[in-house]
Design a protein around this ligand. Structure first.
Ligand SMILES: Cc1cc2nc3c(=O)[nH]c(=O)nc-3n(C[C@H](O)[C@H](O)[C@H](O)COP(=O)(O)OP(=O)(O)OC[C@H]3O[C@@H](n4cnc5c(N)ncnc54)[C@H](O)[C@@H]3O)c2cc1C
Length: 318
């Protein structure tokens, strides 16, 4: 029986993020003796009713470490070494990707990022991860203890159960020298749902030809209650901020519906969205790889297809 530590992500209100509720579902699928959620900073209200055994809060000395996470990594390493859980889980968000990898390195453990399935019936942790841009699924058996893993957002339904965990507050005794000097920070401006939490993602690529069409994509996403994504080509061109990038070097998403517009479906892009439940493609090139991945496809220029698509969706929503 494993003891599991799950390091929580917070949403923009400081509450426990949807991705963490999904990771709780993943953790509940494992045979475990205890499930502890670790929260950096004070526990938000939503942490106090999580369906877990324990919530541990750790208040770092350098609370505002500008996204470098030196202090957080050091604090987590100390907690993990002391408690020696069998599994340490993160969500595959920016926080979980950076801190998960750094923590694993620091405690000399294996790190399996972006997992979509987990089990531990045989005593060791086995995980499944999409590889080769989602064209194949690879299974790994993790022999290190703890096993450090991150869970792909959307791969599990968020837990809706409630509980009354005990709460333990830990104060960091460590003072860490920053490894990086941050000269400037730019806040991400976002309206609507977080990309990782969205049930519908409307993504645009180089085929859009410029930044303006992204406002039409935002309209469509707005009507569908979704979020806007993008290929790296569109982000690199400066048409939309990199925080929208989906793929190998961007975000991983698993929405119910992923609408790819003017995106060729390169393996590096598919790495971030191939586990979507339904992929819909709009592309003018019938030989484009995206049509191999899509369940529904429209062969045509977005300029013609998108306005009537948006109008129809609006009509249906009325
Ligand atoms: C190490 C590495 C990491 C990478 N990481 C990522 C990543 O995280 N995410 C990512 O997306 N990419 C990533 N890439 C880049 C990736 O290889 C592709 O170059 C990129 O995804 C292409 O973006 P795209 O599909 O928008 O552009 P293109 O490949 O240029 O495709 C544009 C598509 O638009 C279609 N089109 C053109 N005009 C229209 C129109 N009017 N209407 C409809 N369709 C039209 C075309 O037919 C074409 O299929 C990475 C590459 C490397 C090497």
């Amino acid at each position: 029986m494993s003891s599991i530590f799950l390091v929580a992500d917070r949403d923009e209100h400081g509450e426990i993020a949807q991705s963490t509720l999904q990771a709780i579902s993943a953790a509940k699928g494992l045979s475990s003796s205890s499930l502890t959620v670790v929260v950096v900073g004070d526990a938000p209200a939503s942490a106090l009713s999580l369906p877990v055994d324990k919530v541990v809060t750790v208040s770092p000395i350098d609370a505002d470490d500008d996204g470098i996470y030196d202090q957080v990594t050091a604090d987590l390493a100390e907690i993990v070494i002391k408690a020696s859980p069998d599994v340490v889980m993160f969500s595959k968000t920016e926080f979980g990707s950076v801190v998960g990898a750094r923590l694993a390195f620091r405690i000399d453990a294996a790190f399996a990022p972006d997992c979509i399935e987990l089990s531990n019936e045989t005593g060791t942790v086995r995980v499944t991860r999409p590889v080769y841009g989602g064209s194949a699924l690879a299974e790994y058996e993790i022999n290190s203890s703890p096993a450090v893993v991150s869970i792909r957002p959307g791969a599990f339904e968020p837990s809706t159960d409630t509980g009354s965990p005990t709460v333990e507050k830990l104060a960091s005794a460590l003072s860490v020298n920053r490894s990086v000097h941050v000269s400037d920070t730019v806040a991400e401006v976002r309206e609507g749902v977080r990309l990782e939490d969205a049930k519908v993602v409307v993504s645009g690529g180089r085929g859009l030809g410029g930044p303006e069409p992204f406002s039409v994509l935002a309209d469509l996403a707005g009507v569908l209650g979704g979020a806007v994504g993008a290929s790296r080509a569109a982000c690199d061109a400066g048409w939309i901020d990199h925080s929208h990038q989906v793929g190998l070097t961007g975000k991983s998403v698993s929405p119910d519906v992923y609408i790819a517009i003017g995106i060729s479906g390169a393996s590096q892009h598919m790495a971030g969205c191939s586990t979507s439940r339904t992929i819909v493609a709009i592309n003018k090139d019938r030989d484009s790889n995206i049509f191999k991945e899509a369940r529904f496809g429209v062969i045509g220029a977005w300029e013609k297809v998108l306005p009537s698509f948006l109008a129809t969706v609006r009509d249906l929503k009325l």
